[in-house]
Design a protein around this ligand. Structure first.
Ligand SMILES: Nc1ncnc2c1ncn2[C@@H]1O[C@H](COP(=O)(O)OP(=O)(O)O)[C@@H](O)[C@H]1O
Ligand SMILES: [Mg+2]
Length: 391
């Protein structure tokens, strides 16, 4: 991946060429290049480590995007069509200020079910009550005056099943799963992010029954007091859209996940929004054994491999860690066989060897999480983190 400096340099080149084309009145091509430059500056701003650079690049991206849009209006005007591309006059051209649906949204019927998730039994039960039963037992909820369908925020250490849990929930209740790539909401074209949020909800309302899932929501819903202007607009739009969801009529549930719940704007946690918080903890002993078993399925495992022992020696490893350990362990005999050795089964020693070179990935998350939660004074809100095991 190119560095921020490289991207910014490329962006400068495109912007310069665009200006030349504009002077020559070649507006169509000028616009293309302005857009390219805007995209490159925006990409650069995301990976810049220097805060001032980030802000400058973002501003430049926004400026160039506006420039491209103004050229578009001029060129449509010039061509005399009198019809803006938004009304269909632009033929195949799309309105680049908002993303295409495919960019933003992954609409799928997930093929992950609760059985594919090791452990987390109490979380599964909680998810059933909060997500699945409101869909499947709507009348009961109504009868007892229980308001179904509050937004739910899954939070917890990375790699422990938040994304999986959201997919499984959608599969279990047969809803369309509209998974929003949050990074793409803000990444592609600066300045149009709030439009993209709106589009997500419009798409969801067209489905008969859907779960909208904002994965890694921290990347679009930071505290407004600490955000740039465009990020504030995104949060405001998200709030407005969530307030507009009438859970009685819309068969629409909203889920989000984050490793950094303390970074999210607190207004998003008010009633009717993400008012339910569900902590997805690291896998306990039984869960780790279950995750090992899930990952061993379909692989040749030698008799000397003891799943319970592996679970014992992998305390603090995440589900993602365990999944990676199994892949790497399988790689050892595979490599040998590829080099002409006998195609043997995966043995205990392969797992042990892999484990020696691999530290648990989530310990640093706890340190950061505790510090941040304390700083925000919200220990009572994120009690999942506070109560989690300390080493
Ligand atoms: N409880 C679990 N059971 C089975 N596999 C898991 C579990 N937790 C994590 N994994 C593995 O780790 C990967 C990442 O999990 P994911 O749900 O994306 O984590 P998160 O969203 O919490 O960061 C999954 O694709 C899966 O392979
Ligand atoms: Mg995830």
């Amino acid at each position: 991946m190119p560095s921020a400096t490289t991207l910014a340099a490329q962006a400068r080149g495109y912007a310069k060429a665009a200006r030349t084309l504009e002077d020559e009145n070649n507006l169509k091509n000028a616009r293309e290049l302005y857009l390219k430059a805007a995209k490159l500056y925006n990409d650069a701003s995301k990976i810049s480590t220097d805060k001032t650079d980030t802000n400058t690049q973002r501003d430049l991206a926004e400026h160039l995007l506006n420039k491209a849009q103004s050229l578009k209006r001029t060129s449509v005007h010039q061509s005399g069509s009198g019809v803006s591309s938004r009304d269909g006059g632009g033929g195949s051209e799309t309105d680049e200020s908002s993303l295409s649906k495919d960019d933003l949204i992954l609409k799928e019927i997930p093929n992950i079910g609760f059985d594919d998730i090791g452990g987390l039994e109490s979380v599964k039960e909680e998810i059933k009550k909060a997500i699945i039963y409101p869909f499947t037992h709507k009348d009961l909820y109504k009868m007892y005056g229980q308001k179904a369908g509050e937004g739910i925020l899954l939070y917890g250490p990375p790699g422990c099943g938040k994304t999986m849990m959201a997919k499984a929930a959608a599969k279990e209740c047969g809803a369309d799963f509209i998974s929003v790539k949050t990074s793409s909401i803000v990444s592609k074209w600066v300045g149009a992010s709030e439009k993209n949020v709106k589009q997500v909800f419009e798409t969801a309302r067209q489905s008969e029954k859907s779960i909208v899932f904002f994965d890694e929501i921290d990347s679009i819903a930071g505290r407004r007091s600490e955000s740039e202007d465009y990020a504030k607009r995104v949060v405001n739009e998200l709030l407005a859209q969530m307030d507009g969801v009438d859970t009685a009529d819309d068969e629409l549930l909203i889920l989000a996940a984050t490793n950094e719940p303390w970074a999210i704007d607190p207004a998003l946690r008010r009633p009717g929004r993400f008012s339910k918080l569900v902590y997805i903890p690291e896998p306990d002993l039984d869960a780790r054994a279950a995750i090992f078993k899930i990952n061993m399925k379909g692989r040749p495992i030698a008799d000397d491999v003891n799943v319970n022992r592996l679970a014992e020696i992998t305390e603090s490893y995440s589900g993602a860690d365990i999944s990676a350990i199994c892949k790497e362990a399988a790689d050892i005999p595979l490599g040998e066989a590829l080099r002409g050795g006998e195609a043997r089964k995966i043995e205990e020693r392969d797992f042990v060897k892999v484990l020696k070179g691999r530290k648990p990935s989530i310990l640093s998350w706890y340190v950061e999480a505790r510090k941040e939660v304390k700083k925000s004074g919200e220990e009572a809100v994120f009690d999942g983190i506070v109560k989690s095991r300390v080493d």
